[in-house]
Design a protein around this ligand. Sequence first.
Ligand SMILES: Cc1ncc(COP(=O)(O)O)c(C=O)c1O
Length: 411
Amino acid sequence: MPTPLIEPDPTRSRVYLDHAATTPLLPEALAAFTDAAARVGNAASLHGSGRAARALVEDSRERIAAAFDAHPSEVVFTSGGTESDNIAITGVYAARTAADPLARGVVTSTIEHHAVLEPVEVLRTRGAEVRLVAPEGTGIVDAAAVTAAVADLEQAGVGVALVSLMWANNEIGTIQPVAAVATALRERGIVIHSDAVQAGGPCPISFRESGVDLMSLSTHKLGGPMGIGVLLAARDVALEPIVQGGGHERGLRSGTLPVASIAGFAAAVEAVTRDRAAESSRLVRLRDALIEGALGLDLGIIVGGAWTPGSAHDRLPGNVHLIVPGCEPDSLMFLLDTAGIEASTGSACQAGVPGRSHVLDALGLDLDGPVGVARLTLGHSSGPADVEAALAALASCIPQARAAAAVGAGT
Ligand SMILES: Cc1ncc(COP(=O)(O)O)c(C=O)c1O
């Protein structure tokens, strides 16, 4: 396990359990970042400093490609997962409809991140025929339902431009059948994208073997710096850029490359790849202890999404998603925060906008009244003491949150 930069606080005053929102920087990533940030040079400049910056970028590109079993020419640097998703969705649709105006079909799932769902909704306003596939009650989308949605569009005379299915869900951590979908659709000439932002750290990913054409990754979810990501893009995929400028990154993402962030990304992903197997087993043990402990509190907690104890096949190793009927989500979060537990109600990427999660709704649970959610996500800085602290806090905060909800409802 890499040495965490955030040393466990001896007073246990803050317990960081929000690794799905962002991870603490790994020491390797910080060292590579600060080393590169101390140097000058635009990677597009032709003088010595520029060439040195370019060499660092290309070395990092090769190391990132190796970590995801991709070719270096398939690595397109972006500002993060959101931009990678937007380039994939909007760029493929623009290119496909330019070549064939009937190819207006877009298939994705109801549990995608907003960075996928929002651009898809924009395409709908521009004439796209959209099919949103709901998951099973497990929070896992059935591959056959995705291919059925494609067949449905094709029968209606609509060509399918794009299928987008996330690798792992950011709220409930469920792992989706991306390879099965890619295999089923391989011969149909449909571009397949996967948002692998949450999976890039914990899951071993081979871009080559996955069968997908495009894959979004983000560094700050795997121990690297914020504001840098990658779109892995097969060379034969037609993509229109969404930003115009100097033509950097195969013309797909213009803008001066953030050399230090790219160096930090490469260092982080190498450390994560080196430690993945041991770290995954360690996190599965912590995750299971936290889920089993929470269920053992006898507070009517429900685990959101598939969970097989001891396994990282259907659920990310560090994801704990607890549904707590009878309390308002915000008050449970506030109480946990006051108790020193930094968790989340779901996606941190909704920019603080309150409202019930579309992922929770997609699970189809029959829940009346207020429903609290505690997404507690473990990562490289987590240990057994964090699990104990979280369980103690849940035991006291849930009854308090329920009492507050009852007062609010006037009961
Ligand atoms: C599944 C998923 N996709 C996309 C994003 C957006 O990534 P970024 O924060 O790098 O823009 C996130 C962030 O939480 C995510 O979890």
